[in-house]
Design a protein around this ligand. Structure first.
Ligand SMILES: [Zn+2]
Length: 412
């Protein structure tokens, strides 16, 4: 179907634009376009249009399981892993599919069309992975799912860990993960990263490592990952998620490390909401925020995106899937509240995340698939400040989410 979308403000542009969509792609973008005969027309009244939001780090397999079998009362990453390990034994393909469908619809409502989900493969049955691989196909018209083989309980420290990772690669994941800070020893940490990078190269896959998600300033998986990426020349295909130990690194070490990170060109994903909740739990006061150095990495020209990490599960009882919450919290906690930083902050969950996911044809540009969202605000500044609703989400020119703009009266 051909469609003329009138009167939207694209990203940070001041004026409004009209967008013509032909055969599911952006065909023309201009300040004013006249409708062609037979073309459907929709007027968005000067509202903000953005490329769709991208969830660059979430665990869909555990979504909507909070309280099963019990709640995480300590609020630590490690109690969360214990609870999930118990819940994992009761997984069925239908259980996973039912929860993931609900979680993905909720994400869609908040304007998300691309999701990178880590899937726990420390399960001899690989139940969650089988379910997610089926859903990746089933949902493809509405959401692009990218799946990471995630060894929640370790590669070297879990029985048959390497074989499970290899099976996941053979079954068709998009990326290979690792969890160096959870391995029993520093040697295992290093060898798990060597294994993950080699496996990814063998199968032509991306890499996304849960890297140093701990407040231990001696957790240094990142230097190993960045070195392997640099030496193999695959930095743009490699992502270090969390890197919360970097919050605690001494500055002398960080400055030395930053040179390597720049040489490697790897991507970073920070999960500010969940990491401010999970980190700093062994501190009294001062209590560390535990979020990686987003501002410094960004200023050094490295690519950083933001993720939700968890939706109502043992690690985050309150995650809704709404990336606006993540960006807002991320800006506060990283002190990126300069005016230009606020205006550009949608990039953490759009363009920067697209780079991390290695997406092609992303963005509101002629020739790309006509994927975009419309928010009930004239600018990102207002949308972020007031939590403006996503009123429409288009996928290849087809409307996949529609919402009425909220209206209310203040009665005084
Ligand atoms: Zn995670």
């Amino acid at each position: 179907m051909n469609l003329l979308v009138r009167n939207v403000r694209i990203e940070n542009q001041q004026g409004t634009s009209d967008i013509r969509i032909v055969d599911g792609r952006f065909a023309e973008i201009d300040t004013h376009l006249d409708p062609n005969p037979g073309e459907a027309v929709v007027d968005h009244g000067g509202r903000l249009a953005l490329p769709p939001f991208i969830e660059s780090h979430v665990h869909l397999d555990s979504a909507l399981t909070a309280g099963e079998p019990r709640y995480n009362e300590s609020g630590t990453l490690f109690e969360g892993i214990e609870i999930w390990s118990e819940r994992k034994r009761t997984l069925t393909v239908e259980d996973v599919k039912d929860r993931v469908r609900r979680a993905v619809r909720q994400q869609a409502r908040f304007g998300i069309q691309y999701v990178r989900s880590h899937v726990d493969v420390t399960d001899p049955e690989l139940t969650a992975l089988r379910a997610l691989l089926e859903l990746r196909e089933e949902l493809a018209d509405s959401v692009t799912l990218q799946l990471v083989a995630f060894p929640q309980e370790g590669i070297e420290s879990f029985p048959d860990g390497r074989q499970l990772m290899r099976r996941a690669a053979e079954m068709g994941v998009d990326a290979i993960g690792a969890i160096p800070h959870f391995e029993f020893t520093r040697e295992y940490s290093v060898s798990s990263l060597d294994f993950a990078v080699e496996l990814a190269q063998e199968f032509g896959l991306l890499v996304d490592v849960h890297c140093d998600e701990i407040d231990d300033e001696d957790s240094r998986g990142l230097e190993t990952l960045a070195t392997r990426a640099y030496e193999a020349g695959i930095g743009e295909r490699v992502t270090a998620s969390h890197t919360t130990a970097m919050h605690s690194y001494n500055n002398a070490y960080f400055i030395r490390l930053l040179r390597l990170l720049k040489l490697s060109g790897i991507n970073f994903v920070s999960n500010p909401l969940v990491n401010t909740h999970l980190q700093g739990r062994t501190d009294t006061y001062p209590k560390r925020r535990g979020v990686t150095r987003v501002k410094e990495l960004t200023e050094a020209g490295l690519n950083v995106s933001f993720g939700q990490d968890d939706i109502v599960d043992p690690w985050n009882p309150l995650g809704t899937g709404n990336l606006r919450d993540v960006v807002l919290n991320g800006l506060y906690v990283t002190q990126m509240m300069g005016h230009a930083e606020i205006l550009d902050s949608y990039r953490f969950v759009t363009h920067n995340a697209a780079r991390t996911l290695h997406l092609d044809g992303y963005g509101i540009e002629v020739g790309n698939p006509a994927n975009f969202i419309v928010l009930d605000a004239p600018s990102w500044y207002e949308a972020l400040s007031f939590g403006s609703q996503v009123v429409a989400s288009y996928r290849a020119g087809r409307e996949i989410v529609r919402a009425q703009p909220a209206s209310f009266e203040v009665l005084f």
